[in-house]
Ligand binder design. Structure first.
Ligand code: MSP
Length: 625
């Protein structure tokens, strides 16, 4: 992302008949993350969200509460804006379809389409779903029921106005074929092209006031209001200034529409044909994401299994929730929401990897450099490698964001963070300070600079906590470029950024200890010497699939061991791990290679896990009791 571009991104405008849930929160966070990435890259950004306030559902919700629909909308709107504030959503405009600015644009567009001859009056009988606010054709029903709400439809006969949608069918097919990025992801594009192989019906765009009066009156018939979808879709052009501010409109339009897969048809068929008729250019992209599921069901109001995102935010903070939602969903596919995966993701990526790097670096600088970021001095090959990988991560993240592959971009950043943790382990600045303080300074400067780059890259996803890191490093607002961090900066104090979430251990029944045959005495156990060992190098053993040759450090001593773990670990994965070995075994020769020690691992069936020390303060050669 280089050079100044205009970037206009939208979310669907949400119905106000119920309180916001995680489905709304997801799309809005997604748009916010993309908007922030683009702002950080120097683009001019317009991020639009808002509320869909007309229609039967809103009227019914208001009737149930005994208030007017407008009062109901006014009560609901702050729930959404309040949640957006809580989730740190930086939108540029919040549109409500009951606003005057919107009503007048809807009327303008209706007039244009009507005058063009694309609207006619006719009698119609159809199957209507109140939940979706739309008629369904026979072929769209599942077991005679609404495919979204799984409930029977109402048969309605009435005189209405129709938009000649069918007239634009071929134009739409051609447009989709000529613009491969118009509907994304690809399988959704194919779904729409498949649907368009059948003749397209015209679209009923009015409701008689006798049945529904909560809507925008048709400019050519005061007995009717506009169908809620025809009204709602137009919000995307109202906000940037269609028919009111052509300079602004031309600056922003066309938009990127983020939507859920359930509203693909309205966005990829109704909306483009409406735009064709009104002579407005098509949106740049309509991107349909999948659903968050609990088990097999969609987490939304209609199914009554709402998970309120606010609950998670209060307990764990906004940033971890944003991180989880962005990291866990592959854009375009469904994802399962479980507390277990949330905690796992949090503990591994945020507490162990990212949080740990920050606390390690700051503790070491505090302890050994009077809390001042040290001078890097002359760089060695190792630091040049770190710099190269930082530069490549910046480039790759930019590329992935352009393609909206957010989860992959996050994974790239985390891999970089992990590689810096490894660099720290290998360089061991906590040891270097004793022998070569300038080398320790070089390592800690490099790690701090890497931390700054990682925090900047993760800032759009976790604006709050990354800002704490950047503030600590005196690097708020710095450029996403290697070598900017200023030596001599005093590190600010901070609390632990991502405290580990403690998982309650499952209750294990107490097992009675009975006499065993293989009991050994204390003295016998004492004979076995167990020590920690740092893995320095790993190689495959020629001709033996299962074996690896490890060079390890046990305190001041270097050793070589051969271990049968090749099926379970990659070579790189083992490097810089602090493992446990038996040090006083007689050396043996395996496949002609000397093995001086035995590593400890837990093995059951096909699973194997090395016993690893999970504290950075334990040095190699430490005795295990
Ligand atoms: N008002 C219409 C949109 C009009 S846009 C011109 C509407 N509103 S809605 O309140 O029902 O919000 C729908 C959005 O929330 C959709 O994008 C939908 O996919 C999303 N989600 C609702 N539940 C969801 C999940 N469980 N998971 C992810 N998103 C889902 O439709």
């Amino acid at each position: 992302m280089s050079g100044k571009n205009n970037y206009f991104i939208t979310t669907p405008i949400y119905y106000v008949n119920d309180k916001p849930h995680i489905g709304h929160a997801y799309t809005t966070i997604l748009a916010d993350v993309l908007a922030r990435f683009h702002r950080a890259a120097g683009d001019e950004v317009f991020f639009l969200t808002g509320l869909d306030e007309h229609g039967l559902k809103v009227q019914q919700a208001a009737d149930n509460k005994g208030i007017t629909p407008q009062q109901h909308c006014d009560e609901m709107a702050p729930r959404f804006t309040g949640l957006w504030e809580k989730l740190h959503i930086q939108y540029d405009d919040f549109i409500r379809t009951t606003e005057k600015r919107h009503e007048s644009v809807v009327k303008d567009i209706l007039k244009m389409v009507f005058e063009k001859g694309d609207i006619y009056f006719d009698e119609y009988t159809g199957e209507y779903c109140v939940g979706c606010e739309r008629f369904y054709t026979e072929k769209e029903l599942v077991d005679g029921k609404c495919p979204q709400h799984n409930r029977p439809l109402e048969t309605i006969t009435e005189k209405n106005y129709f938009f000649k949608m069918s007239q634009y069918q071929q134009l739409l097919i051609n447009y989709i074929n000529d613009n491969p990025n118009f509907i994304q992801p690809k399988h959704r594009r194919n779904e729409i092209l498949g649907f368009l192989r059948q003749p397209l019906d015209d679209l009923c765009i009015s409701r008689p006031k006798s049945r529904l009066n909560w809507g925008i009156e048709l400019p050519f018939d005061k007995d009717y209001v506009t169908y809620v979808w025809f009204d709602a879709l137009i919000n995307y052009v109202t906000a940037p200034g269609f028919s009111t501010d052509s300079k602004s409109f031309n600056q922003w339009w066309p938009a990127i529409h983020l939507i859920g897969k359930d509203i693909l048809m309205t966005h990829a068929v109704y909306w483009p044909t409406m735009l064709f008729s009104a002579g407005i250019p098509q949106p740049l992209t309509i991107f349909a994401h999948g659903w968050w599921l609990i088990g097999e069901s969609k987490m939304s109001k209609s199914l009554g299994n709402v998970v309120n995102p606010l609950d998670l935010v209060d307990k764990y903070g906004v940033d971890p929730l944003r991180y989880y939602l962005m990291r866990e969903m592959v854009l375009g596919q469904d994802a399962s929401f479980t507390m277990e995966s949330f905690i796992k993701r949090y503990n591994s990526d945020l507490a162990n990897d990212f949080g740990n790097l920050f606390s390690r670096v700051s503790t070491l600088i505090a302890k050994n450099f009077e809390n001042v970021i040290p001078e890097p001095g002359e760089l060695t090959l190792e630091e040049i490698k770190v710099q190269k990988s930082a530069e490549s991560v910046i480039e790759q993240v930019n590329e992935l964001i352009k393609k909206m592959r957010i989860n992959e971009a996050i994974e790239e950043i985390l891999q970089f963070v992990r590689s810096i943790n490894k660099y720290m382990e290998l360089q061991a600045p906590w040891k270097l300070v004793k022998s070569d303080k300038s080398a320790a300074a070089r390592v800690l400067y490099t790690a701090s600079e890497s931390l700054r780059i990682s925090a900047l890259l993760l800032h759009p996803v976790m604006p709050n906590r990354t800002e704490i890191i950047l503030d600590a490093l005196g690097a708020i607002g710095t450029k996403l470029k290697w070598g900017i961090l200023k030596s001599g900066t005093i590190l600010k104090k901070h609390a632990s950024l991502f405290p580990r979430i403690k998982v309650e251990a499952p209750v294990v029944e107490k097992i009675k200890v009975t006499a065993q045959e293989n009991v050994i005495t204390y003295d016998e156990f004492e004979k076995v010497e167990l020590k920690t060992a740092l893995v320095l190098e790993v190689e495959k053993v020629e001709g033996a699939n299962r074996l690896l040759k490890l060079q390890i450090e046990v305190g001041d001593e270097k050793r070589q061991i051969v271990a049968g773990v090749a099926e379970y670990y990659n070579l790189e994965e083992l490097i810089s791990k602090m493992i446990v070995i038996v040090t006083n075994l007689e050396p043996t020769t395996i496949r002609g290679i000397e093995s001086n020690g035995m590593l400890l691992a837990a093995k059951k069936g096909k699973e194997l896990s090395l016993i690893i020390i999970d504290s950075d303060n334990v040095e190699s050669g430490t005795k295990i009791f």
